[in-house]
Design a protein. Structure first.
Length: 326
């Protein structure tokens, strides 16, 4: 798939997820086979650009290109300035967020709340496209509510404004993450526009990715929550789409290696104190489903020292699985 001058190969993309897709996670997912990893959502409010959170979110040191940064807001001029600011700090693709369903985002008329106002959608898209000479992409849902499924109209507006590619999460804002993704709506949107369309929603396995591409005609898939604790999943999907064969599931040893590597990257990126706290959710995600994971999580979640946290993870994965030890 092509986004402006950038070839996205394989066409498997890690979704921007606030609090998850920081630089350590993006780097790992790319190294394990994803074609692109989009940064966490960044605000268009210039008064917040120099906070520690914003500074870390625009840290792309050592990442493979293209660097894709998602911006969020509701004011066209602010969004245009945010696009310029992030391009000046290394962004090679700007993604506009009109898909986030979170209350704190929609409450300020950003994210998927924008889908209620089609003229404002057009003004934001046109302003951002005009502000930068890098490709601008857009992420949307199928509409704000079940009664207002206007994703097809929004897609045509986006194309007319010069948006280079469109990601569609197959649910309305009203549905949050409940129910099943509407792949028929994605297929209709794909048939309406000439720009690349990226399918998002409920893609949690290689076979599902292939099915979604067949059903929708989309040019790529975007993986979100299913990659939490499974940074290898986008690479597994890419392998299946290329070969038609599944990779063997990662061994316990491989998962141990990747998690320890991830912890070290988090400690280095955030500092040991904050890195330890950020690491907790990743440890829980990586370990879920493994024998003894629930008791282990109860124990490791109380650890307050980075070295002790790392040792606990090593010991958990080094322990013989109960079935084998019997």
């Amino acid at each position: 798939m092509q986004i402006g001058p950038h070839r996205i190969d394989p066409p498997v993309i890690l979704a921007p997820m606030a609090g998850v897709t920081d630089r350590p996670f993006r780097q790992m997912v790319r190294r394990l086979g994803a074609g692109l990893a989009v940064s966490e959502m960044t605000t268009s409010d210039a008064s917040l650009w120099h906070t520690d959170k914003s500074r870390l979110r625009r840290d792309h040191a050592g990442e493979p290109g293209p660097i894709a940064v998602q911006i969020a807001g509701y004011d066209p001029a602010q969004m245009a300035e945010a696009a310029r600011f992030n391009v000046a700090h290394g962004a090679q693709i700007i993604d506009i967020n009109m898909g986030c369903p979170a209350k704190k985002v929609c409450r300020v008329d950003a994210g998927s709340a924008l889908l209620r106002d089609e003229p404002l959608v057009a003004r934001i898209c046109a302003a951002v496209v005009a502000a930068v000479d890098v490709p601008v992409t857009l992420k949307i849902r199928t509409g704000y509510s079940r009664a207002q499924r206007n994703g097809r109209t929004i897609a045509r507006i986006a194309e007319d404004c010069g948006i280079a590619a469109l990601t569609v999460h197959g649910r309305t804002r009203e549905e949050q993450y409940g129910g099943a993704a509407e792949y028929d709506t994605l297929a209709a949107i794909k048939s309406d526009v000439r720009i690349p369309v990226i399918a998002n929603g409920d893609i949690d396995a290689p076979e599902k990715a292939a099915q979604v591409l067949r059903l929708t005609g989309a040019d790529a898939v975007m993986i979100g929550r299913a990659a939490q604790g499974r940074p290898w999943l986008p690479g597994e999907i890419a392998h299946y789409l290329t070969t038609g064969e599944r990779r063997p599931p990662p061994t316990r040893f491989q998962i141990r290696h990747w998690l320890l590597e991830h912890l070290d990257a988090l400690y280095a990126f955030y500092g040991e104190g904050r890195g330890l706290r950020v690491a907790r959710k990743h440890i829980q995600w990586y370990c879920q489903g493994h024998p003894g994971s629930e008791a282990f999580w109860q124990s490791v979640s109380r650890v307050t020292d980075a070295d002790a946290q790392r040792r606990a993870v090593e010991q958990f994965f080094d322990a013989a699985e109960p079935a084998r030890a019997a």
